[in-house]
Design a protein around this ligand. Structure first.
Ligand code: BGC
Length: 884
């Protein structure tokens, strides 16, 4: 519904969603949020279980939850406290309570999106942004399978990934590298294939952070300051930011993490429109929603708004043994403030997710501790007076996953420039290598906790999104394995060197880092607020100085995102530039395989590289600074981020989204188009919701909440029981019938669900394939094999009532390795949703002109689209000038 819209649309939407009778109390923006951006109420929380694909798991979950006492139900909806262990004393980053009497265990929740965090004997995979840069669906999936196997092998129930928000709206944003690229479709395909691969191993995947967490600074609410508000309109929400979440839900994601920030003034962990309306009703999400760590800030309100799990259980100020849920949720149900059916739904969603991924059968318990590498340690570190026990079993889960990690790192490497075909290198040249980024951190690759430093080869950003390296294959080691004639200068200040000889090749390594706001690195508060888009450690000067000395310079860039390259990109001796992104543990050989030509580079940029930061609009180019009250981050650019903005304004970037060269070149010929489904302007009606589990709604007896006799509580551990006196008092309060002051717009009348819903991800008809385009991709070179990516973009018909970006990515396919003269036919698809816009008035996806001319462009980059096929004539043209 209308996140931001005219009053007319807001009121219309109120009708659509059957909002409260006191509309005037409801539609005003919150204090400080610009007018027009409204977080409407959406109640009640839709119970889960209504899609066929989850019904068997819900039936089992119902049978189990029905047997639970009140305290057992509340115990599984929250963590036992930060740094508090599981029953075996084995702490993960989050640990729920259990219902052991019924065989339901504590669940272990563990970071990160790129590998099992804070433990040993795991693979440190390339980051999301690297994975996105491969543009290879099979590799994305294979990485996810390997990640899933490692999480399962360590006994993790819930993988805290993939990251599909931030989307990468702001190039300076700190955590963009955890996701797959600054485009909703690239991000969505990366996320959905990761959900699939991980969950097929029996591990619950968590798509995070819902939503609008596009910068790190000022993201968190604390008792003194509100987290920033991302203010965005309804269409932008649907066509950009929620898109990857919709695809993740469609892939069956069993868990979602809410973001720290607010949307339109309402914190994501208790935003009823976001959780109840958009996620659970429109996107048909059947799993459970957890809060991001310590973002839980209300007991009753968050439950009513659709939150299902409080992580890690504590209030915003942790380690006091207090929680808004656990014992408080028990109390709130007993005194009648949280409806019993809401608690039943929360518990059922969690148990259903456990069944849905098959965790009821032979799931291993955790065998590691994220708090220590020692075999024995504190079982409950936060308790101070904790017993000790065996906490680490050092289970090796790596198998041969280094191969997939290396392949991802290698196939992501993006060749931006290759003048005079300097690359591939001949190993008979003499090499001078510069930059500390070429060597593994001399203190060890894991010397900085949470990788919160940029020392040595940058293989990942910093924060919770990291894993410990089992080892790191450093670039300089790999180069030395290849060729004898190497001199390495482990410095970022250009050293004094002897006079170059003509066959000298200089390889300069530079980097740019970012991460989570919990750590500040070299003045950067998560976001790149200090370093901006310049290379760290004066890397740009290092390149300039090397270029002044040597006539053949290769620049290798390890980076979280785009940089401004203008200081040196046009220097004649800077002949080749490779973006190796964030390669993880396999930084070395993945690079030398490309540098020395074992394979051609086949990565493509997952974002645009502009000539100046200011080529993007202020709302995107700049971070929001401190403000008294709530920081307001308003998405005034709407749909126009990254290449969508540059194309609209005819601003040529230095390198366009999707750009990436090879050692060979490719042709796109023999294009054909097929209409698969004849579309009308609106999708067929959604299927109705199926039945959901029902339970008695009487408030349970107080005795279901009493502490067991003689129970020995651990200090600061969070329990769901109440003392007898408290439980009885809560029951007495319910009997008095004093109503809880529910939020404006609260209602209990169940909704049929919005027209755009109907299945996981939305109305299933949105994924009807409308058109298929087949193109033959040929290797037109005569010397080298290589892999090409066919990128498919939609251009909407002219003259429609909606302003749409010039082109928008909708699908892609990567070829196998093609030898010279070889070709492969690839097919890309455009669904109904791909050719629709979000209509804020009807609250549905609309095909603006079903008979009009859609142009489906295919080519090797967003600015190299040579083939266009037309929806009206079903013909194609080749060899076209690119549109942008
Ligand atoms: C991050 C999440 C992470 C969680 C647990 C939070 O600070 O935003 O992405 O999963 O911590 O470590």
């Amino acid at each position: 519904m209308a996140f931001g819209a005219s009053a007319h649309v807001i009121l219309l939407s109120l009708c659509v969603f059957g909002a409260p009778s006191h509309a005037s109390d409801v539609v005003r923006p919150r204090d400080a949020v610009p007018s027009g951006y409204v977080a409407l109420p959406y109640y009640p929380a839709p119970p889960g279980g209504w899609t066929n694909d989850w019904s068997a798991s819900y039936a089992k979950a119902r049978a189990l939850v029905e047997e639970m006492t009140l305290a057992e139900k509340t115990n599984i909806t929250a963590g036992s406290g930060i740094f508090m262990g599981k029953n075996y004393g084995i702490p993960c980053v989050g640990n729920t309570g259990s219902a052991l009497r019924l065989g339901f265990p504590q669940l272990c929740l563990q970071d990160s999106a790129l590998g099992v965090a804070s433990t040993d004997n795991v693979t440190a995979f390339p980051a999301g942004i690297t994975t996105g840069a491969t543009w290879d669906k099979s590799l994305i999936y294979e990485r996810a399978v390997a990640i899933g196997q490692e999480f399962r092998g360590k006994g993790v129930n819930i993988y805290l990934g993939p990251t599909v928000g931030p989307l990468g709206r702001k190039p300076l944003g700190g955590r963009n590298w955890e996701g797959f690229g600054a485009d909703p479709v690239l991000q969505a395909i990366g996320g959905a294939l990761t959900v699939k691969g991980v969950q097929e191993q029996g591990v619950i995947a968590t798509i995070k952070h819902l939503v609008g967490n596009e910068q790190e600074m000022y993201r968190m609410y604390n008792p003194l300051q509100s987290g920033y508000s991302s203010n965005l309109d309804d269409r932008t929400m649907h066509e950009l930011y929620i898109w990857p979440f919709a695809e993740g839900v469609r892939a069956g994601a069993a868990s979602v993490m809410s973001a720290y920030n607010a949307i339109n003034g309402s914190a994501c962990s208790q935003n009823s429109y976001l959780l109840n309306g958009l996620l659970k009703d429109e996107l048909g999400f059947q799993g459970f929603v957890m809060s991001d760590w310590l973002s839980h800030m209300s007991g009753v309100a968050s439950a009513l708004a659709g939150l299902d799990m409080d992580m890690p259980g504590d209030t915003q100020v942790p380690l006091l043994g207090s929680s808004y849920w656990m014992y408080e949720l028990t109390r709130s149900v007993l005194n009648g403030s949280v409806p019993v059916d809401r608690l039943n739904d929360m518990a059922t969603r969690i148990v259903a997710a456990w069944y849905q991924t098959g965790q009821d059968k032979d799931y291993p318990p955790p065998n590691f501790s994220s708090n220590t590498h020692d075999p024995y340690g504190l079982l409950y570190p936060a308790a101070l007076l904790s017993p000790t026990g065996l906490v680490n079993q050092y289970v090796n889960v790596q198998a041969d996953h280094y191969k997939i990690a290396r392949k991802v790192a290698q196939d992501a490497i993006t060749l931006l420039k290759n003048d005079d075909d300097l690359l591939p290198l001949s190993n008979s040249s003499s090499f001078k290598v510069f930059g500390t980024d070429a060597q593994v951190n001399p203190d060890g690759p894991n010397a900085c906790g949470n990788r919160a430093c940029n020392k040595g080869t940058l293989g990942m950003g910093w924060g919770s999104g990291v894993a410990d390296y089992p080892y790191m294959d450093g670039p300089i080691d790999a180069i030395k394995r290849r060729t004898r004639n190497v001199t390495y200068y482990a410095t970022d200040t250009f050293p004094s060197v002897s006079a170059p000889s003509p066959d000298d090749v200089a390889i300069v390594f530079i980097s740019s880092d970012s991460g989570e706001n919990s750590f500040t690195v070299e003045g950067n508060h998560g976001d790149r607020d200090a370093s901006k888009l310049a290379a760290w450690h004066s890397g740009d000067t290092l390149v300039q100085k090397a270029a002044a000395k040597y006539s053949n310079v290769v620049v290798v860039v390890h980076t979280v995102g785009p940089l401004i390259l203008e200081k040196w990109i046009d220097l004649p001796s800077v002949k080749a530039v490779l973006f190796a992104h964030l390669p993880g543990q396999e930084a070395g050989e993945s690079l030398t395989n490309v540098l020395f030509g074992d394979v051609s580079p086949s990565g493509h940029l997952p974002y645009s590289i502009t000539k100046a930061a200011g080529d993007l609009p202020d709302s995107v180019a700049n971070l929001k600074g401190f403000a008294l009250g709530q920081v307001q981050d308003t998405y005034t650019e709407g749909l126009y981020i990254d290449y969508r903005y540059l194309n609209k304004k005819s601003i040529k970037p230095r390198y366009a989204f999707g750009h990436g060269l090879s050692y060979t070149n490719f042709t796109f010929t023999n294009a054909s188009i097929r209409r698969v489904t004849q579309l009308g302007s609106t999708p067929p009606s959604r299927p109705p919701k199926g039945p959901t589990p029902s339970y008695p709604t009487d408030i349970p007896a107080a005795s279901e909440a009493y502490y067991p006799d003689g129970f020995n509580a651990i200090w600061r551990y969070l329990y769901s029981w109440l003392s007898k006196a408290d439980a009885d008092a809560a029951t007495a309060a319910a009997a008095k019938g004093k109503p809880y002051p529910y939020p404006d717009g609260y209602g209990t009348e169940p909704k049929a669900g919005p027209p755009a819903g109907g299945g996981q991800g939305g109305n299933p008809a949105l994924w009807d394939v409308a058109y298929e385009v087949t193109v033959t991709v040929g290797n037109a070179g005569d010397r080298r094999a290589g892999r090409a990516v066919a990128q498919a973009y939609v251009q909407f018909p002219e003259g429609i009532a909606w302003d749409t970006p010039v082109v928008q990515l909708r699908d892609f396919e990567k070829t196998a390795e093609l030898r010279p003269g070889e070709a492969e036919a690839v097919t890309v698809r455009f669904t109904r949703k791909d050719v629709s816009v979000w209509d804020t008035t009807t609250q549905d996806w609309v095909v603006p002109s079903p008979e009009g001319r859609y142009r489906f462009w295919v080519g090797g980059a967003s600015d190299r689209l040579e083939v266009a096929c037309y929806s009206d004539t079903l013909t194609c043209e080749e060899g076209l000038e690119s549109l942008v």
